[in-house]
Design a protein around this ligand. Structure first.
Ligand code: ATP
Length: 234
């Protein structure tokens, strides 16, 4: 098997004096969709932020396409081809949809054009001139995902894209993630919604207290249900 696109080993991270990650290890292969599951506070968001270089201090290893990034700053990590779509989405209310889409800098070749993005997100095309304030929660989430497809990033890290959205919108987000995967992007997804994770991802890691405590692929899921319910409290 080819080397993983992303290989995280023994990742530790701190916010100030608080030691949050205690040796996280995950691998993501090119073209995969992988989720990080776990209860509130397990360290999922911190793992994405640590990979992106957005925590106070970190140690261990973060290899992306063979490059070691654990000591790199977030701008270099972005240029290497990793993008984070944060839980709070970060849509600029005063800018319209197109302006929001054009905002993140293109860091490498290989990103989608505006036309390709609008073909993938027809709803956003209809709202091209609407300001961020006029968008629903689901549209804002779509825009937050659409925006990072332009940058040339290869690995997209999505933090709880279904948070707070109605079931029909969650299904739409699921379809979008599957389409993005078909376009060749690789996705690392933080999810609380276990059922949703199952419908979009190839494999799952379970986190608890700043560590990965289990790993399951979709084929093993039926046999792993009991212990997953215990970890996730669902
Ligand atoms: P959630 O779904 O609640 O976001 P999570 O698994 O993503 O859960 P994290 O957000 O990574 O968990 O939080 C892990 C731990 O780090 C928690 O104990 C949290 O209180 C702590 N934490 C998160 N952000 C900070 C911060 N900026 N400063 C200090 N501690 C933090």
């Amino acid at each position: 098997m080819a080397d993983p696109l992303l290989k995280v080993d023994g990742l530790q991270a701190w916010y100030g004096e608080s030691h949050i990650l205690h040796g996280v290890g995950i691998e993501v292969h090119e073209g995969e969709v992988v989720t990080l599951l776990g209860r509130n506070g397990a360290g999922k968001t911190t793992t994405l932020r640590a990979i992106m270089g957005l925590v106070g201090r970190r140690s261990g290893s973060i290899r992306f396409e063979g490059q070691e990034l654990v000591a790199a700053r977030s701008d270099r990590i972005a240029r290497a081809g990793i993008a984070l779509c944060p839980e709070e989405r970060g849509i600029f209310a005063s800018l319209d949809v197109t302006e929001n889409l054009l905002l993140p800098p293109v860091v490498r070749p290989g990103g989608l054009s505006l036309d390709e993005i609008y073909a993938l997100f027809p709803n956003l095309k209809e709202r091209a001139r609407s300001p961020g304030t006029r968008l629903s929660g689901g549209e804002q989430q779509m825009l937050a995902i659409a925006r990072i497809l332009r940058t040339g990033a290869k690995l997209l890290m999505l933090d709880e894209p279904t948070e707070g959205l109605a079931p029909v919108i969650v299904q739409q987000i699921g379809r979008t993630i599957r389409e993005i995967k078909q376009r060749g992007f690789t996705i690392l997804l933080v999810e609380q919604n276990f059922r949703f994770a199952q419908t979009v991802a190839d494999r799952h890691y379970v986190m608890e207290h700043g560590r990965v405590v289990d790993a399951v692929n979709n084929a093993e899921m039926a046999g792993a249900m009991g212990r997953l319910h215990e970890y996730l409290g669902v």
